[in-house]
Design a protein. Structure first.
Length: 244
């Protein structure tokens, strides 16, 4: 996402042979055609362990770089997910969900590298085919889950939104939170809920992914890229957010 972009518990025992990075919050990026051709081997070597790549937008746009990003990212060892840019002002959720699934379905793989899909929710100009923004997002998620289930996958999408725009949702939202807040806090110790705490529809301090900057510069990518982190360890990311 260029403007803003959103996704239990087992005790984990680490041996001395495990890299210290495994016990930290894993770092990632989110990308689209805006980044052009990416050298994913260099991205992985820079320490980025996961990424979301844009697949579709509304009912009218397919990202030409999507499958290259997905396939090359996975080949480099990066966990890869797909995101859809929602247009609730133009389409019913079923329309956007069907469009996303039709284009992105081949990225759904039982390969241990496919992250849950994400819904990028940035447009709040009214809804079509739903009673609220929460209802629209929930319907989209349910449709994607149904299509995935029919293909043999269990998924739970996340929704991307900024901390303040999250006030457009209520606590009945079923998608997990990917929160954008470029607040300058440390991605290992900070939180995306340093602002607009009244908008925490998922509960106080709750987040799954955090887009902490839109000004990242890393090897393998020309220009700026969005930077993200996950709330727990890499082991938890794999066990909780990789498709089953």
């Amino acid at each position: 996402m260029k403007k803003l972009i959103l996704c239990a518990g087992t005790s984990l025992i680490f041996s001395m042979a495990v890299s210290p990075l495994m016990a930290q919050r894993p770092l990632g990026i989110d990308v689209s055609s805006y980044q052009g051709t990416i050298n994913w081997s260099r991205v992985a070597a820079s320490g980025k362990q996961f990424s979301f790549a844009k697949a579709t937008e509304g009912n009218y746009y397919q990202d030409a770089y999507f499958y290259g990003n997905i396939n090359n990212g996975k080949a480099a060892g990066v966990l890869m997910g797909a995101y859809h840019y929602a247009r609730p002002d133009l389409d019913a959720p079923s329309t956007d969900a069907a469009y996303f699934w039709s284009f992105a379905q081949n990225y759904f793989q039982h390969d241990g590298k496919s992250l849950m899909p994400a819904l990028d929710f940035e447009v709040f100009n009214g809804v079509v085919g739903a009673t609220s923004y929460t209802d629209w997002a929930n319907q989209w998620s349910a449709d994607v889950q149904s299509s995935a289930s029919a293909a043999g996958f269990t998924v739970h999408p996340c929704v991307y939104t900024s901390a303040c725009l999250a006030c457009n949702f209520n606590n009945s939202i079923t998608l997990t939170p990917w929160v954008a807040d470029w607040n300058g806090e440390n991605p290992q110790t900070g939180t995306p809920w340093s602002t607009c705490t009244s908008c925490e529809a998922w509960g106080s301090g709750v987040w799954t992914f955090w887009q902490y900057s839109d000004r990242g510069h890393i090897k393998g990518i020309s220009g700026a890229v969005d930077l993200d982190t996950y709330f727990s360890t890499y082991a938890m990311l794999v066990s909780s957010e990789v498709m089953q």
